[in-house]
Design a protein around this ligand. Structure first.
Ligand code: ADP
Ligand code: MG
Length: 348
């Protein structure tokens, strides 16, 4: 195969705003009955009948949330959708629609925005989401992307951060720390590349963590699993900022404390080996690295049998009374207080 060395660059100003909107939105088909009106009017209309509507939004800014020197636009589009869906799942709700708003500088050709939308379209297809609107405008510099997701759930199904009770089990889906380390690897390779552009990075040994960073998946499967297991979490949050700040959010909202166990924190072998290579402490990374988009939740003790054998779920601790504080019991069996950013391993 001969590679196309001269990719096409269609100027956005040739299309104009309406041309661009039309071009970007032409392939969005509608999958849900709840989508009454989609793109093409002043506003979209959805109808969740007797269910409650869950709404969440995220804004991603070039240079702050992503760096296009190592994030492919297709992945960025996909991830922008994931971060929103993850918030809907964290309410134990089902996302159905998104709106997509972008601000682009004329440094981007149409083909670049098409890539971004290819990622958005793939995410919408896999996660069964209707794209029902958005806004398109220019920016002086860089790319901004804001996505809003709508979902629904029965009133009694919605899980908030404030429902954790003393003795509940603290459960985590999947494994954590990978996305942060993936970013470290990408940043290192990007520095190497700047010095020597002929150097082709070998990311193979890091494929798991690079994928965790570039192409995270929202845990739709966990929400479905919990329904199958007939487990209604008492509280839930998605892990976007790191385990320590997420458990603190749950504890603060629920007015409880928590004890977590270092040895229980689920880590992929790649996370452990990459931590060794970068001379980082894997527990610190698990606690304060972010962007894993796993679900952290609490369940009643009586649900233990339903979840204990599941390979996607790990019990990492339990809820305590508020005045017990939030602690990590280390492998060496010492108790250290969990702080907003990581943990205080030196002073305790
Ligand atoms: P308005 O002038 O009412 O803001 P626009 O011309 O911006 O309308 O948008 C026309 C239609 O296209 C609307 O339905 C809007 O939701 C949709 N739309 C605009 N930009 C985007 C986008 N980037 N992605 C998806 N839909 C979009
Ligand atoms: Mg508009």
């Amino acid at each position: 195969m001969i590679e196309d060395k001269q990719p096409q660059r269609t100027s956005l100003s040739d299309l104009g705003e309406f041309g661009l909107i039309e071009h970007l939105t032409q392939h969005f088909d509608i999958k849900h009955e709840s989508t009454l009106k989609s793109i093409g009017d002043d506003a979209a209309v959805v109808d969740f009948a007797d269910q409650q509507c869950v709404i969440t939004t995220d804004l991603l800014v070039e240079g702050v949330h992503f760096d296009l020197s190592y994030v492919p636009l297709k992945h960025l589009g996909y991830k922008s959708v994931m971060v929103n869906l993850s918030d809907v799942y964290a309410m134990n709700a089902t996302p159905k629609q998104i709106t997509v708003s972008i601000a682009v500088s004329n440094r981007f050709p149409l083909e670049a925005i098409e890539e971004l939308y290819a990622g958005i379209r793939t995410a919408a297809k896999i996660y069964n989401i209707d794209v029902i609107g958005g806004d398109t405008t220019s920016s002086q510099k860089g790319l901004l992307i804001s996505i809003t997701a709508l979902g629904h759930a029965k009133k009694e199904e919605i899980v908030y951060r404030d429902g954790a009770k003393d003795n509940d089990l603290v459960v985590l889906s999947g494994d954590i720390g990978g996305a942060y380390l993936g970013l470290q690897v990408l940043e290192r390779e990007n520095e190497v590349f700047k010095v020597n552009p002929n150097n082709q990075p070998d990311l193979d040994p890091y494929s798991y963590i690079v994928e965790r960073q570039l192409k995270p998946e929202a845990r739709k499967d966990i929400i479905e699993l919990l329904k199958e297991l007939d487990v209604q979490p008492t509280s839930m949050i998605d892990v976007s900022d790191g385990l320590s700040s997420e458990i603190m959010h749950i504890c603060k909202s629920s007015k409880v404390g928590a004890t977590l166990y270092e040895e229980k924190i689920p880590l992929d072998p790649t996370v452990i080996s990459t931590c060794e290579e970068f001379e980082l402490d894997s527990t610190t990374i698990a606690l304060s690295g972010g962007e894993d988009y796993e679900l952290l939740f609490t369940v009643k003790q009586e649900d233990y049998d339903k979840i204990k054998a599941n390979p996607s779920l790990t019990i990492i601790g339990h809820i305590t009374p508020e005045n017990n504080g939030i602690y990590l019991v280390t492998r060496g069996d010492t108790k250290v207080e969990i702080k907003a950013r990581g943990w205080n391993s030196l002073t305790e």
